[in-house]
Design a protein around this ligand. Structure first.
Ligand code: 5AD
Ligand code: SF4
Length: 487
């Protein structure tokens, strides 16, 4: 593992190796030399701040960047008044982009105070030429831009700035159009010592007509099962008891491997890892969710009873135009099967309103699915036009006031559905993985049920990282108050 690296053994006086990940460890070692110099000059270690926008994929990418920075010797800080600031961007909806520009602009004041400050911008937004052009033109305070495919080269890019051209005002731009190899065995940090995200695949092949993801994250690539298992075994040794297997569409895992493996087969291997207590996964595409997986969910002892199953729309007509490859009826049948196989399962979803051409009838179909599926929670979105996607040039963009009104009705429907679910859960006891001391209420801790609900209950900090039975006593919508049910 990377935390056992003997840095003195890496000879930084030679040319860098060409193979990965050795090349990146070489650049980390070089940057470590720079950190030593910085420390001598300033009497402190350099501070780095990573700001993450968007989804779980980005969150995990940021943990990889942080892992590299920690190896180099940076201290993590939450303040943007730092020696290094990284913005890991999202572009799934237009307002995500707008937020980032504002935030990059705000960094100018820190750079004026600390001219040695390095600013890096990466992630999905940087895979789009217009965004890079805008930064080049209007945000000269940015030093390095890179994309989603070369995050593993973070140390090499940083070394370019710190060591090769520290005084240069030239922006380093390194964005790749296509993904190359998957580089294994690089460092990664995690927010909690006892749980971690694990990428099982990258990219997406689905091209839902509204979605930018396949264009900015590339085609589907699966990691080899042996690499995934080795990573999880290492994490378990390091104290992790829960993993979240991550992919844009985990149900199609393994199809492009030399020796194809199904997602269920992978889960069976993960289930057998000693010491691992809980397994989650995200995200499932309804069109690829197999009966084998449902059956496994019913008998697995480690899979959490939660599935995130994006609906997007309840209208079969719109689902076709969205290129989702299922109908309202297919979706509801799937939900029924899952509920039958896995009692007490929590189902969450993503829903878009305002997709081009959405009529009141289409929208009512969505409300009908919410009612019938009875979701535990839903992420609800107003359709956002993404240049380059098929939907962007479709007729019938829905007027803003109509969408806003539908959005409110959507929220109400989701609240009703959540409340119905709460009535089923209240009074029952569930295993809770305790995450932290509750900052708002003294004497309380906070954890998550397998269904992914937050629960606050009386307890002390030595429960953190443990899985304990908690009775749910009071529902506050998306979180609960409970009491320890005794070991
Ligand atoms: N507009 C609104 N929501 C979108 N999503 C993806 N693309 C768009 C878009 N153009 C939503 C989908 C997806 C979630 C991650 O983001 O619901 O499941
Ligand atoms: Fe986007 Fe569809 Fe892929 Fe999800 S499955 S990332 S919505 S294209």
């Amino acid at each position: 593992m990377y935390n056992e690296i003997d840095w003195d053994k890496i000879d930084v006086t030679t040319e860098p190796p060409t193979e990965e990940p050795a090349r990146q460890y070489y650049f980390m070692a070089k940057c470590r030399e720079w950190v030593k110099g910085f420390e001598q000059e300033n009497g402190r270690l350099p501070a780095a701040c990573i700001q993450t926008f968007g989804c779980q994929m980005n969150a995990r990418d940021s943990e990889k960047i942080l892992g590299i920075l920690k190896c180099i010797g940076y201290m993590e800080t939450g303040s943007e008044d730092a020696d290094l600031v990284v913005f890991n961007t999202c572009t799934v909806r237009e307002n995500a982009n707008l937020k980032v520009y504002g935030r990059i602009g705000q960094l100018k004041k820190y750079k004026a105070k600390n001219p040695g400050m390095v600013t890096m911008v990466c992630g999905c937004m940087m895979q789009q030429k217009e965004s890079v052009e805008k930064i080049k033109k209007s945000y000269r305070n940015v030093d390095i831009i890179f994309g989603t495919h070369n995050i593993y080269k973070f140390a090499e890019l940083l070394a370019m700035k710190l060591l090769d051209s520290p005084d240069s005002k030239k922006m380093v731009i390194d964005v790749w159009e296509n993904a190359m190899e998957i580089v294994e065995s690089l460092p990664a940090e995690r927010k909690y010592p006892f749980k971690s995200g694990v990428n099982i695949m990258y990219g997406c092949n689905n091209f839902c007509s509204y979605c930018i993801v396949p264009y900015v994250r590339g085609r589907e690539r699966s990691r080899k099962p042996e690499d995934i298992i080795a990573e999880i075994e290492g994490l378990v040794k390091d104290g992790v008891s829960e993993v979240m297997l991550l992919g844009q569409n985990v149900n199609s895992y393994g199809k492009n491997l030399e020796k194809p493996v199904t997602f269920t087969e992978l889960l069976e291997k993960v289930e057998r890892i000693n010491g691992l207590k809980r397994i989650r996964f995200m995200t499932s595409h309804p069109k690829d969710l197999s009966d084998g997986l449902i059956e496994f969910m019913g008998r697995s002892e480690k899979l959490c009873r939660h599935i995130h199953l994006p609906l997007q729309s309840g209208s079969s007509r719109l689902l076709k135009i969205m290129n989702r490859h299922y109908t309202k009826e297919d979706y509801l049948l799937l939900v029924d099967k899952i509920k039958k196989a896995v009692p007490d399962i929590a189902i969450t979803t993503d829903i878009i309103t305002g997709f081009p051409g959405e009529t009141e009838e289409d929208f009512n179909e969505t409300l009908d699915v919410i009612e019938k599926a009875c979701y535990d929670n839903a992420f609800t979105f107003i359709y956002s036009k993404r240049t380059g996607t098929p939907a962007a040039s479709m007729d019938g963009q829905v007027p803003e006031d109509v969408v806003k009104e539908r959005f409110n009705r959507l929220l109400e429907a989701v609240h009703r559905s959540t409340a119905r679910k709460a009535a089923q859960y209240l009074g029952k006891t569930y295993d809770v993985l305790v995450e932290e001391v509750n900052a708002q209420e003294e004497g309380y801790v906070t954890g998550r049920t397998g269904q992914n609900y937050l629960v606050h209950f009386k307890g002390s900090k030595n429960l953190i990282g443990r899985i304990v039975p908690v009775r749910l006593c009071e529902s506050r919508g998306f979180y609960y108050y409970g009491e320890l049910a005794g070991d």
